[in-house]
Design a protein around this ligand. Structure first.
Ligand code: SF4
Length: 294
């Protein structure tokens, strides 16, 4: 499968990391040759694959299902920046992705035979590392199904490689009127002119953009910093959707924020801004039937 691997993407993230310490903290540390990370310590109860993406959640090649009404389709195992806090950092290179047209057809068939599914998340990795025509093959295949209300494109490109969100791609994504973009910004420094312009291209093309932030120690774990982010997102027409506690995986202890502190940040935010700017603060717990409010 042809994957775009643009050098300029890494360059953009590198430049941003030079300007923002909060962003730099999120940049991935290379793993050791034995597959461990230098920062692995105090392993978590749920290990490296807390949501069973390599086992019970895997339904057909490249498709995962944890909830009755939605599925996750792994479109790529590449990203524009590898994040140190990534839930899937241990799965890259191990998890199956949808590589061929036959793989995609099997995913579509799975959705068709499961009538409760209404929501397809295109994820990975980052779908925007693919060429436009391949992205649209995924989008069109699922958007064409009457049972599907929305196709979510889960991409950190607006933050890590905004130039990849071209006006042309935004227009293509807006075509079916079923696409939503889920992105991730973790601090206000990331809302650069380029990032805001990328979001504007999507919104202007009729693609709603929402943000799933991760609560990270040293990045956004104070009420003023979180408010700065939420206001910057709102001003960029990006809806703050979730703030996630770190997932229960090994290797990200350095980012964990105590629940009491998270609740205090949420309380101050709720008392400071209106509902449209206020995300839900949640945690994703293996086996739970929903995202659990903190
Ligand atoms: S962009 Fe998303 S999938 Fe890729 S490394 Fe970062 S958090 Fe993980």
């Amino acid at each position: 499968m042809a994957v775009l691997f643009p050098e300029y993407a890494c360059e953009y993230s590198k430049r941003l990391a030079e300007r923002s310490e909060r962003f730099a903290k999120q940049v991935y540390e290379p793993k050791l040759p034995d597959g461990t990370s230098q920062e692995v310590h105090g392993g978590e109860e749920f290990g490296m694959d807390p949501f069973g993406e390599l086992s019970h959640a895997s339904k057909v090649k490249g498709l995962k299902q944890r909830f009755p009404d939605r599925v996750l389709v792994m479109t790529s195992d590449a990203c524009f920046m590898n994040c140190r806090h990534c839930t899937r950092q241990w799965l890259f290179g191990k998890t199956e992705i949808v590589e061929t047209d036959d793989d995609l057809a099997r995913c579509v068939e799975y959705v068709k035979t499961n009538s409760l599914i209404r929501d397809v998340l295109l994820s990975g990795g980052d779908p925007l590392t693919l060429h436009d025509d391949r992205i649209m093959q995924f989008v069109d295949a699922f958007a064409a199904l009457e049972q599907i209300d929305m196709v979510r494109v889960c991409t950190r490109a607006p933050c890590t490689n905004p130039a990849r969100v071209t006006a042309h791609l935004a227009k293509l994504l807006g075509r079916s009127k079923k696409v939503w973009v889920n992105t991730q910004f973790n601090c206000a420094d990331e809302l650069t002119d380029e990032a805001r312009a990328a979001a504007a291209r999507l919104v202007d093309a009729g693609v709603p953009v929402s943000c799933q932030t991760v609560l990270l120690k040293g990045v956004n774990d104070s009420a003023p910093e979180m408010l700065r982010l939420l206001r910057a997102l709102t001003a960029a027409r990006i809806r703050p959707y979730y703030v996630f506690m770190c997932d229960p995986i090994v290797g990200i202890d350095r980012f964990r924020v105590q629940i009491e502190k998270a609740r205090e940040i949420e309380r101050v935010c709720a008392e400071s801004i209106g509902g449209l700017s206020l995300p839900r603060f949640v945690m994703d717990i293996p086996g739970a039937g929903r995202k659990i409010p903190i």
